[in-house]
Design a binder for this molecule. Structure first.
Ligand code: GCB
Length: 595
């Protein structure tokens, strides 16, 4: 799916701003054929939860409604007009002038619908009904049930199987974009690099709709100079003396795709791309032929007031803080991030592990290290949603240079019977869909060990989420060090050809809490913990990266282990550094990205 941009043949209308908003309460069903009966407003894009100052809105489980009105200039009405939601969390029914025009489930990927046939003259009314409900058939996964209060009123309960606040709403931009009636529908760019010759072949496939008799592809360098051109829906163009996209040294080319009719350009679209080669071999993660070391984070799309809503200044600051620290990467834990963040990472050379919202694939949520089997794969009904999420993520992100690996799940019950049967078709699907054949992984929870994980054969890189010194061996860094070392040694011994990385490790740390005794929750403990883990990591040859948990403190559901959220950030929620940032900056700035 193409990101909407303005080109010589297209334009974009942004519907961001203040929309009407109301909760749907039982017994007061809302009729989309008349204007929403409210004067309350919500800013879009943003989560609704933290904008209302009302507990019943923040914690609402069920349906909410949004509405806006817009006009389309007369001179655009002969164009194809497409309404596109960057996301709608988690399920949306979209009405234009009272008529349902589309429905989408899955809260973290875009969807779109052509609207020409539904437009009226003058003002148009766009209404969206949203559900923030989740269950054992959705991603992410939650326990859902219904009870009735003393008055017989329905009460919905959602108990998240995951550790982040269930923010919802129109969290990403809503746009209308135009295309001509005959248009470029999709572009797939696959760079094949010959490192020895410093050249690349750029394989471009273009899908068109309508009356198009030829497609022209022109490759532009970063200064906008044309460096290669060819015609055909499938072209292979050579770039001699290619500039590689390297970690923290991005170089972006543009594939200018033009749909032609009788030698006239009917549609034109610019797709940025980078040229780089990713290989996993002999226990190494190779980036343009050199061993790459991941330094960085698990993150969240999470900031004050915006909730999980697009916050461009926060995105820019986050990447700048990463670069300042010598970090080079993050994982989109635990869902695909906005188009805007992915495009920013392409520009900034930040390497991304792209994760589907497959979090909470556990019959019971909680920490039980006994390793006993549970019935997760008998009760989970997530496979269709999981397939759809993989499809939509790869469809959206396939051309991004920043994306170097797909994460097919975060912390599933991979040690229980049925896990392999569940995951095997999903890994096959991801591999079949990705035109760039990127490596695939999932992040493994501590209950899954080197000996009990039933799915390791599916992954290219072993990605471990580990909390020795926090949930296990709490406060005892000597024991934690031994456990960390012993486990890595076992993985390396059993899987000598697979690279291993940590995709989560950390300690809750309340900014400003200090301790002469290095106690848990203090900034001293957090620093001691990271010094300990670093020491162990450096002992292992197959160890290809450290992505700590978490970049910043973030909001979660209530819990006795959560003080206004998860405090494992090395930055506070408003991006003030905790003490450990200096230590990690020194460490990471001294570790080369490549080599
Ligand atoms: C995990 C989860 C992450 C949590 C983290 C924690 O293993 O993947 O979502 O936030 O642990 O802090 O408990």
């Amino acid at each position: 799916m193409l990101y909407p941009t303005t080109t010589p043949t297209r334009t974009v209308l942004d519907l961001s701003g203040l929309w009407k908003f109301m909760l749907e309460t039982e017994g007061a069903l809302i009729d989309a054929t008349v204007p929403l009966p409210t004067t309350d407003v919500m800013a879009v894009p943003a989560s609704f939860n933290d904008q209302s100052a009302q507990q019943k809105v923040r914690e609402h489980v069920g349906y909410v409604w949004y509405e806006t009105t817009f006009n389309v200039a007369d001179f655009l009405r002969n164009q194809r007009l497409v309404l596109r939601f960057g996301s709608a969390t988690h399920e949306a029914w979209v009405y234009l002038n009272g008529q349902e025009i589309t429905h989408h489930k899955g809260g973290f990927t875009p969807f779109e619908v052509a609207i020409n046939d539904h437009l009226v003259a003058g003002e148009n009314r766009l209404t969206v009904k949203l559900s923030n409900m989740l269950d054992f058939s959705s991603l992410p996964v939650a326990h859902y049930d219904e009870t009735h209060d003393a008055d017989g009123k329905l009460v919905r309960h959602l108990d998240e199987n995951f550790d982040f606040f269930n923010y919802a709403g129109l969290q990403r931009p809503v746009k209308i974009y135009t295309t001509p009636q005959s248009y470029v529908a999709d572009v797939t760019v696959v760079p094949e690099v010959d490192l020895a010759q410093h050249q690349a072949t750029i394989d471009t496939r273009v899908a068109t709709q309508g009356d198009v008799d030829r497609v022209r592809v022109t490759l532009l360098d970063a200064t906008g100079q044309a460096v290669a051109t060819g015609t055909g829906k499938h072209t292979q163009l050579t770039l001699p003396q290619v500039h590689l996209w390297q970690p923290l040294h991005a170089y972006l080319y543009t594939a200018r795709v033009e749909a032609l009719k009788n030698d006239q350009v009917v549609d034109s679209y610019d797709e940025p791309f980078g040229v780089r080669k990713i290989e996993v071999t002999n226990g190494q993660f190779l980036f343009n032929g050199e061993p790459f070391y991941f330094k960085g984070f698990g993150k969240h799309e999470d900031s004050a007031i915006h909730g999980r809503g697009l916050n461009l200044p926060a995105n820019v600051l986050d990447l700048n803080l990463m670069k300042k620290m010598g970090a080079n990467s993050f994982r989109t834990s635990h869902y695909p991030y906005s188009d805007e963040m992915m495009r920013l990472c392409d520009r900034e050379g930040i390497v991304v592990i792209d994760e589907v919202p497959a979090v909470g694939l556990f019959a019971t949520f909680g920490f039980d290290l006994s390793g006993k089997q549970d019935n997760t794969w008998q009760v989970m009904r997530t496979a269709p949603a999981h397939r759809q999420a993989i499809r939509e993520m790869i469809d959206r992100d396939k051309n991004h240079a920043c994306v170097v690996m797909w994460s097919i799940a975060n912390e599933a019950a991979n040690f229980t019977d049925g896990a392999y049967e569940y995951f095997k078709p999903l890994f096959d699907l991801a591999r079949e869909l990705d035109p760039q054949n990127r490596p695939c992984t999932y992040t493994s929870i501590m209950m899954t060990t080197a000996k009990t994980d039933k799915c390791i054969s599916l992954v290219d890189v072993i990605a471990l989420n580990r909390y020795y010194g926090w949930y296990v061996d709490t406060g005892d860094l000597a024991k934690a060090e031994t456990a960390t070392r012993d486990e890595l040694a076992l993985y390396q011994q059993l899987y000598p050809d697979k690279p291993i990385m940590y995709t989560e490790y950390g300690t809750d740390t309340i900014a400003g809490v200090h301790s002469n005794y290095g106690e848990p929750f203090s900034e001293e403990y957090q620093e001691d913990y990271y010094r300990m883990t670093s020491k162990v990591f450096d002992e292992f040859d197959n160890f290809v990266g450290e992505q700590l948990w978490n970049f910043a403190d973030f909001q979660t559901k209530f819990g006795i282990q959560r003080v206004q959220g998860n405090k494992k950030g090395i930055f506070t929620r408003d991006r003030e550094p905790k003490m450990v940032v200096r230590y990690l900056s020194d460490r990471w700035n001294a570790i080369p990205n490549l080599g």
